[in-house]
Write a protein of this length. Structure first.
Length: 319
């Protein structure tokens, strides 16, 4: 069985799946191997099948916090808004059976934040934002780190509590000055307050921390917005072009939207400069990266990069 765990850690998911199924032929109630199978199924994109196997595991071992945690990760990977409550329940069960599981608290906070984003009215959103912050604070009690404070800062940005957001990033910076989102989220809050020079300085700090990362790409785009709003479209154009030329490997979830935003913003400035041919070319590129882009929103203002919480997306694999 340890061999299967090793295969999962080595990202040999098909081999791990085959090995799990071989063991289960003679021992179909082996909860640990069933969980290995669920992880392998999830990693190979068979999310519904993985969820069914996780439920089998929980019938056998309902007090296993790792399984509840892994089940929640699987549900979140489905990217189904109707399943957000179920993901939140799974994270809650993880911390109920294992109160020390800070990863579960963190991800529960993320799910609550996403539910708040989708809430139909302000009171419901406020409730879920409170739940999210409570989960992050619980995680901090057992594992105080920069990532969690940045997630709280992200919550405050969404609630337009920008000064509090900046304060949380200062705490995060004290804990880990090298953590890049500290400076990105701070810059976003400052940009939202109209403090453009301070925002540019913060985005520059984010870029300096790791120039080739996805956070740098997003920082460049928002730096360009600040330059444009400061009355320097030429500098902004140069910054957007630099962002658009990047291809970071660490930001798969957002890279296409970020590329679309960079191309859109270049098209926006080109149009303002009267270069309609170039503008049309970059607009087409933007649409290629973001097929949901709608023309009726075209050319009102440049597009910003948003904030977003960091999540613990790696399954807990037990030997």
């Amino acid at each position: 069985m340890n061999n299967i765990a090793s295969l999962l850690r080595e990202k040999k998911y098909e081999e791990a799946l085959a090995a799990s199924e071989e063991v289960l032929k003679t021992d179909p109630q082996n909860a640990k191997v069933l969980e290995y199978k669920a992880i392998a199924l999830k990693k190979t994109g068979k999310l519904r099948d993985a969820l069914k196997v996780y439920d089998q595991v929980l019938e056998l071992t309902p007090d296993n916090g790792d399984t509840w945690f892994n089940r929640a990760i699987c549900i979140r990977a489905m990217n189904d808004r109707e399943m957000h409550d179920e993901a939140s329940r799974s994270y809650q069960m993880a911390v109920t059976v294992d109160p020390s599981c800070s990863d579960a608290y963190q991800n529960q906070g993320n799910v609550s934040s996403r539910i708040a984003d989708c809430a139909g009215d302000a009171r419901m959103a406020e409730k879920w934002f409170r739940n999210s912050e409570e989960a992050y604070r619980n995680a901090i009690r057992s594992n105080n780190n920069a990532e969690l404070h940045c997630n709280i800062a992200d919550l405050y940005v969404k609630q337009k509590r920008m000064e509090e957001a900046v304060s949380e990033t200062i705490i995060a910076q004290e804990l880990d000055p090298s953590y890049q989102p500290v400076y990105y989220i701070r810059g976003y809050a400052q940009m939202s307050q109209g403090k453009l020079k301070e925002a540019i300085d913060s985005f520059d700090q984010a870029i300096a921390a790791d120039p080739q990362s996805g956070w740098s790409m997003r920082s460049l785009i928002n730096k360009g917005i600040c330059q444009f709003d400061s009355g320097d479209p030429e500098k902004a154009l140069e910054t957007f072009e630099k962002a658009g030329s990047m291809d970071p490997e660490d930001f798969e979830e957002f890279i296409y939207m970020s590329k679309a935003n960079a191309m859109y913003n270049i098209a926006f400035i080109k149009k303002q400069q009267g270069d309609m041919e170039s503008s049309a070319k970059y607009l087409k590129k933007s649409q290629e990266y973001d097929y949901k882009f709608q023309l009726e929103h075209w050319m009102y203002e440049p597009r910003k990069e948003i904030t977003g919480p960091a999540a613990k997306n790696d399954e807990h694999i037990r030997d």
